[in-house]
Design a protein around this ligand. Structure first.
Ligand code: NAP
Length: 369
């Protein structure tokens, strides 16, 4: 039987994959990397995350402390000697500091710790697949483009945040330093919500759309498109890729692509319908970041109690990505047998319902860890 080692199961993407595995009765041995002080505490952290995906308690009872490998990628050598790693046949590496903030651990975890893990797993004889979760944004895409997958990165590319820089660096280092690793790289585009559970598992990024519409101003135009997929689609794609025969070193987008990316105007209309109110429509103005800065005193009135500086920082960072109007080709994934993804606007009502009563500052905390 296969032994699947998953990192990042207490997070959004890793959690969505574990949900699928637990609900599918797949015959697989699990080994789950978790940060905690002991296996029982680690197990409780995993279960707490699974409850956000509404996994039934009877199913959760099948998980046990022996499935947990306690470890922190910031101190990877403390857990890499665990002999259970030698039995692993498949790795799904979802763990990362996925933050646009200045988390001091970004490099240590996303680059150094991840490289140490890849180097260790390269030594495992029975390893069939090391599926690394990258990010489509790590290729520093050109504005207004449809991006095809490429393992090449532009030299001296300017990254908007250290996070994407760390993600492009680790891909290159794994290729250079782990030539025998059965590496496959999945690059999701922008993962927002879950088609059934909305934002209960995570409100990551959803608040950006609500924020722009509440302000009636943002840096993108209503005609710009955004490439969003739901986390459950992303999880299905990761599981398909884990067992696929894709060649070593291949890069695959998990994305909405040209066909299923949506315009901000579509998001406005779908949100308005979910909230049973009029869309912002013509009242919306595309503005510069400087205009938003001048509105800083109004932010408390629009969003309630908030840290003005953090709100402005969020607008600057996410506004820069929103104006890219970039779509990531999903031809490769579809040719491998994945169905087309749902559009963001198809399930946005679930995201709206599950964030009601939460302020924007409360929703955005998850992205500024
Ligand atoms: N969400 C998106 O839109 C998106 C898009 C493209 C790519 N991705 C990629 O998908 C992956 C997962 O992202 P996500 O959205 O699921 O992020 P997330 O919800 O923040 O989850 C991150 C996971 O990584 C774990 N982790 C962080 N630091 C760690 C460390 N030092 N040692 C061990 N584990 C650590 C976290 O554990 P704790 O619970 O202990 O913190 C958590 O389980 C990342 O590689 C990200 O780059 C995400």
């Amino acid at each position: 039987m296969n032994t699947l080692f998953i990192t990042g199961v207490t997070g959004f993407l890793g959690g969505a994959v574990l949900e699928k595995i637990l609900n599918s009765d797949q015959a697989v041995n699990l080994l789950l990397l978790v940060r905690a002080s002991n296996p029982q505490e680690g197990l409780e952290r995993v279960k707490a995350n699974m409850r956000k995906f509404h996994v039934h308690e009877d199913i959760l009872a099948r998980l046990n402390a022996d499935d947990i490998l306690i470890g922190d990628l910031a101190n990877a050598h403390d857990f890499l000697s665990d002999p259970r790693l030698d039995q692993v046949t498949h790795v799904l590496n979802c763990a990362a500091v996925a933050s646009f903030g200045n988390n001091p651990l970004i490099w240590k975890v996303n680059v150094e710790g991840t490289l140490a893990l890849a180097t260790r797993m390269e030594q495992v004889e029975g390893l069939q697949r090391f599926l690394h979760v990258g990010t489509a944004m790590s290729c520093t895409p050109e504005q207004d483009s449809l991006v095809a997958e490429s393992a090449e990165f532009r030299e001296n590319a300017e990254h908007l945040v250290e996070y994407t820089y760390s993600k492009s660096t680790i891909e290159q280092l794994m290729r250079q330093q782990c030539p025998r690793l059965p590496l496959l790289i999945a690059r999701p585009s922008i993962v927002v919500g879950h088609t059934r559970h909305g934002c209960t598992p995570s409100s990551s990024i959803f608040w950006v759309f609500s924020m722009g519409l509440m302000l009636q101003k943002f840096m993108c135009s209503m005609e710009d498109k955004v490439d969003v997929v739901p986390v459950d689609y992303c999880a299905d794609a990761l599981l398909m890729l884990l067992n696929s025969s894709a060649g070593q070193g291949e890069v695959v987008h998990i994305s909405a692509g040209e066909e299923n990316s949506v315009r901000f105007a579509d998001i406005d209309m779908a949100m308005a319908e979910a909230l049973e109110k009029a869309p912002v429509g013509d009242k919306y103005a595309q503005v510069s970041y400087e205009t938003l800065v001048k509105m800083r005193r109004e932010l408390k009135h629009i969003f309630g109690p908030c840290n003005e500086r953090l709100m402005l920082k969020a607008m600057r960072l996410y506004g820069a990505f929103a104006t890219l109007n970039v779509r990531f080709s999903n031809d490769k994934l579809l040719s491998m047998g994945m169905p087309k993804p749902p559009r963001f606007t198809d399930y946005i009502a679930r995201c709206v319902q599950t964030t009601q009563g939460l302020t924007i500052p409360e929703q955005m905390a998850v992205d500024f860890k």
